[in-house]
Design a protein around this ligand. Sequence first.
Ligand SMILES: Nc1ncnc2c1ncn2[C@@H]1O[C@H](COP(=O)(O)OP(=O)(O)O)[C@@H](O)[C@H]1O
Ligand SMILES: [Mg+2]
Length: 366
Amino acid sequence: MHTNKLTLHSFRNYADAEIEFSPATNIIYGNNAQGKTNILEAVYLFSQGRSYRVKTDKEMILFGEQYARLSLIFEDERRSHAAEIRLLGDGRKKIKMNETPVTKLSMLMNYLNAVMFSPEDLMLIKGAPSGRRRFIDSAISQLYPKYLGALSRYHKALMQKNSLLRSLRASGKAADGALSVWNDSLAEHGAYIMKKRQSFLDEISSESSRIYSDIGKEKLEIYYTPSINCDIIESDGLQNALYEAFENHRGREIENGSSLMGIQRDDIRILIDGRDARIYASQGQQRSAVLALKIAQTEYICTHKGEYPILLLDDVMSELDASRRSYLEERIAGKQTIITCTDTSAVSDASDTKLFYVKKGTVTEV
Ligand SMILES: Nc1ncnc2c1ncn2[C@@H]1O[C@H](COP(=O)(O)OP(=O)(O)O)[C@@H](O)[C@H]1O
Ligand SMILES: [Mg+2]
């Protein structure tokens, strides 16, 4: 899969810009705060429907403007696609894929597959569980739009359940039938989500362990740690088991005024040589583990989709030592990559590499 052309209007610090990419390597260079990452963010927006950097879409509209418009032309093995995103000042977002309006984010998923490597990914290892859940959720949603739908229905039911738990606690009343209705819905969507998380993690855990052993001496292990301890995630009985677990905790949940268990509390355990990487991993080990996870994610997409995603590398080459960098270069060879950096000294001068210089929101092909 690759993108041919990105057009930006009033997006971030770009009034107007047009970039025609090479299907192979693209290097975007320039000083800090000139707009390099903004370009990767724009491309990535088409794969997720929302930015990984902001809370509200409005932040991406050029200061002082009313709306932003982005369009992207990209190709998979079957055909070429034209996508358009408009971000409006009132917070609304209008998306079109091949001239057809996209009314739900899940309809956008699985068109453009992209994997972002960014310096903030180190938080995957040391940061809070929410970052690791975001990683698995966005990776699975890219291939299974239904997963995004299930997540959204789960979270709607969870909000309703939590508000009921708060009012039951405040009024001191016993639980009513409505609680079971929400538990039923949470069990249904939760079971589906847990199964998908388990199978995703099974796959990327073996792949990332293999990759890690190529770049580091130690052993990397990754395990799914659901908040509801179930030995039977693979079985048909999971939904019932979840429902039972929720019902058995009614009393404690009312006392607490909020839900105590469910997929919103899941985590991944990452071990390096048998030790919890969150506590013990060195900076170098964290970098290797993140690299292994991300490369494993690209392999996962290739296995399930039949083609590689577009790889977006935000300023990561400079952080890697020579051996990790050459390993990464070997792994990304032959795929479309868009790389940002401040210094081009380490950049290949292959004929299919395009170079772009960015300064204060203008892009020039060099
Ligand atoms: N909504 C916006 N409107 C105008 N400029 C913006 C907006 N959001 C960010 N910027 C500007 O974009 C620049 C940062 O761009 P970025 O792509 O992160 O830089 P870098 O080249 O370091 O990767 C900063 O100068 C910032 O002020
Ligand atoms: Mg940047």
